[in-house]
Design a protein around this ligand. Sequence first.
Ligand SMILES: C[S@@+](CC[C@H](N)C(=O)[O-])C[C@H]1O[C@@H](n2cnc3c(N)ncnc32)[C@H](O)[C@@H]1O
Length: 271
Amino acid sequence: MPTVLQAYETEILVGGAHPTKLIPGNIAMRKDFVWKKESVVNTFLKDVRGGIPFAVEQIDVMLRVLRSSGKPVKRFLDLGCGSGVLAGAVLSAYPKAKGTLIDFSEPMLNEAMRGLKAFPRRLRFVQADLNSKEWLKEIGREAPFDAAVSGLAIHHLTDRRKKSLYGEIFSVLKPGGVFVNIEHVSSPSERLRVLSDETFIDSIWEFQREKGGRMTRAQMEKKFYSMHDKGSNILSSVEAQCGWLRRIGFADADCHFKIFEIAVFSGRRPD
Ligand SMILES: C[S@@+](CC[C@H](N)C(=O)[O-])C[C@H]1O[C@@H](n2cnc3c(N)ncnc32)[C@H](O)[C@@H]1O
């Protein structure tokens, strides 16, 4: 049973792929709230983020898509920013860019503030929950944006909420603005899910060995399957998600890179 980190009175989420039910008065238990725990944040940042397979290539693809708009990024959003890996890449690529970084996890935002100190006066950190459109109220003054990026965050929302969020992102982009999502997506079969997990475990195992760790492959596998954030994943196929982007009105919605369950896909708000 996951720990209840915070209770909402109006909404109950009971796991599974489409679990949103409104039960007034009930206490909600949201699996994504594990991200508010310091221990989950520390494990992700210390043992996982740097070992994600082809993470460098994914960020390179993201930057290529941003560059393809032909205009410099002046204002951007990072949704579910975590420690700010994606925002850092955008800030480095565009020395005049200003970022609005959103996350609901205090320990993650603290890490982002610490890690992005090299970019003073170019950042605004917003603690907000992407599970409702309330986040839009927090960024009103800064919109519209030239770009929105997100990394491995939106898959914590239900499919219904993902679609709404994609629409909200569309609404705050300038004409010509792009949205790039580096995301954990679903596998079409159990065989490919296992292949994805095996690749992921190999990659984080290699990462810890490079850092001088002594864990065996078997120990890493055990650790991988016991990570506390796993229950918060609500994976959807990249095909479905590109389809949602097209229906919302995004142009050029496509998947540009995919290594099993990690995909980079984007869409552009038409001029
Ligand atoms: C796997 S981490 C990825 C962090 C970062 N984007 C990266 O690429 O390293 C997922 C992030 O999404 C955030 N997150 C998950 N659900 C969220 C929600 N409903 N609202 C805001 N942030 C959320 C978590 O706090 C966490 O920082």
